[in-house]
Design a protein around this ligand. Structure first.
Ligand SMILES: [Mn+2]
Length: 324
């Protein structure tokens, strides 16, 4: 079995590096947290690397203080790439390829569609039917006969919870809920998760959401609902980039829309788009791929070169000319 190959590789390695994706979400962080805890118990030398800082709502997860923003990859024998979708999303694209070229091992642990990581990884421990990477990590810890304590249960539950939008998205399966029930038996602190992830909206965040909602517009033919956030909005509301997360899910609740897309200006002067759909006939990962992005059928993202302009009757996106 695939999981056994992963376990034997882990057991044979002493120094193991975990890589989570940039702009980390609850699933990638929770999964890394659990793997870290398990490997520490086995006496391994472990580190976690993430290019970006941990967003506030996820700081409650165990071991978040162990995450570093860079590391000498060469010091490690094995790298586990967790929930990354493709190699660019690690933020260490080139260095991962060098690592593999130096005859070191890389395991891709993920639930995203097939991507370029599949080519460079020695083992692809990937299940596209899993709701989350946490669901795959559950299988791993079960198979390893790990004693699941409250910390591990809480982190795994948080991974399931965040990637399924609180068990509301259609990636929630009977298996997902069965695992969630098991995790409750193991003492998962659900209140702690919901309080941090869903119920912690500050006044600046809610003001920002108000701005986003007031700018909602729907494309007549495409039936896509969209809105925008500018850097100026963040300043006006006193909000941070973290506060943007989640509002696109609210936009996605409009009954007769095919999809919801939120465009927001990033710190480095680009426009990041976050797309969601509840329509089984729509695949937002394919939409994202057109713009060089990626994700899942139901939730995906991409980045474009341009500027958001707020106009008298709404807003528009001006693409930067990149034909040079
Ligand atoms: Mn995920």
């Amino acid at each position: 079995m695939l999981v056994d190959k992963v376990i034997s590789k882990i057991l044979r390695s002493e120094k193991i590096l975990l890589i989570v994706h940039e702009n980390p979400d609850g699933d990638t962080l929770a999964s890394a947290s659990v793997v870290y805890q398990v490997l520490k118990r086995l006496g391994k030398e472990v580190a976690i690397v993430c290019k970006d800082p941990v967003p506030k709502p996820f700081l409650f997860l165990p071991e978040m203080d162990k995450i570093q923003n860079d590391m000498l990859f060469g010091d490690y024998e094995l790298i586990l790439v967790i929930d990354c979708g493709d190699s660019r999303r690690t933020g260490f694209d080139r260095r991962l390829k060098d690592f593999v070229r130096n005859k070191k091992s890389l395991i891709n642990i993920d639930h995203h569609p097939k991507n370029d990581l599949h080519k460079i990884a020695n083992i692809n421990y990937v299940d596209q039917t899993a709701s989350s990477t946490a669901e795959i990590i559950w299988e791993l810890v079960e198979r390893m006969q790990v004693d699941i304590d409250k910390n591990i249960a809480t982190a795994l539950f948080a991974g399931l919870y965040t990637d399924t939008g609180g068990f509301k998205h259609s990636n929630t399966t009977p298996k997902t809920l069965q695992i969630a029930a098991e995790l409750m038996h193991h003492g998962a602190r659900i209140k702690l998760i919901t309080q941090n992830v869903s119920l912690n909206k500050t006044i600046p965040a809610l003001k920002l959401w108000g701005v986003v909602l007031s700018r909602l517009s729907k494309h007549k033919e495409l039936k896509i609902v969209s809105s925008v956030v500018t850097r100026k909005d963040l300043i006006t509301c006193g909000a941070t980039d973290d506060d943007i997360a989640g509002v696109v899910n609210l936009m996605n609740t409009i009954p007769d829309s095919k999809a919801a897309v939120l465009f927001y200006e990033t710190e480095d002067d680009k426009i990041r788009a976050s797309a969601r759909t509840e329509d089984d006939h729509v695949d937002v990962a394919r939409l994202a791929a057109v713009f060089g992005g990626g994700g899942h059928k139901k939730a995906a993202g991409f980045t474009i070169d341009g500027k958001i302009e707020i106009t008298q009757d709404g807003w528009k996106i001006a693409f930067n000319n990149t034909s040079a």
